[in-house]
Design a protein around this ligand. Sequence first.
Ligand SMILES: N[C@@H](CCC(=O)NCCCC(=O)O)C(=O)O
Length: 245
Amino acid sequence: MTQSIIGIPACTKFIAGYVQHATPARYGASLIAASNAIPILIPPEGEQMRGLLDRLDGIMFNGSPSNVAPLRYGADFDATPDAHDPERDATTIPLILAALDRGIPVLCICRGMQELNVALGGTLFQEVHLQPGRMDHRSGEGEHRFAVKHEVTLSGELARISGAETIQVNSLHGQAIDQLAAGLVVEGTAPDGTIEAVRVEGAKNFAIAVQWHPEWEVTHFPDRKRLFNAFGDACAAYRQSRDSV
Ligand SMILES: N[C@@H](CCC(=O)NCCCC(=O)O)C(=O)O
């Protein structure tokens, strides 16, 4: 069966004395394993990357240790000034809006979910663990980094896709959605009330975002596999509808 081409935004990294464009290998590997797709990295080269949209069947807005710059959502303070990637922000935020406008399937993960919320006008907690009553959602070290950390209660389309109303998730984030953007519906919540999953209401196509990392051991967890299968199916259907025009 023909595979879909799914874009993954790369991050700006300074490695071995050079500016490089990179992302952890598992994002591409998970699309190959569970979405019948060929991944392709999107360099963080700003708005001109929208030109790729004619060639893509879907985009996975992936996670990153970097944080969306607070000026993007109107915050007047910056809790993590050394953790930004302005080139990535300048690429992903316009790309999200353009992909939604064209009805290209999108799956957003971790930073990707935060980008989706900011792109649509929402705001972020810059250090969610400092908010009263909130848990520490940051990861453990070493082999425990991707260990299951807490439960998420699912609803709506994501519960249907996942085949469950309660799942166990890993957690590797210091930031989280504060004010939900208009146009997003919450479909997953942590025990402390943190928003863990959203869907774009009335989207032209698959448009789901999660705060955890379903790409990790994607084929070992039924809910993760089902999410990637559903995204892959949406990308394949989009490709076929485009090819038939
Ligand atoms: N930096 C943001 C987003 C967190 C995130 O995307 N984590 C992924 C870690 C890197 C990886 O993909 O391995 C935050 O802290 O909220």
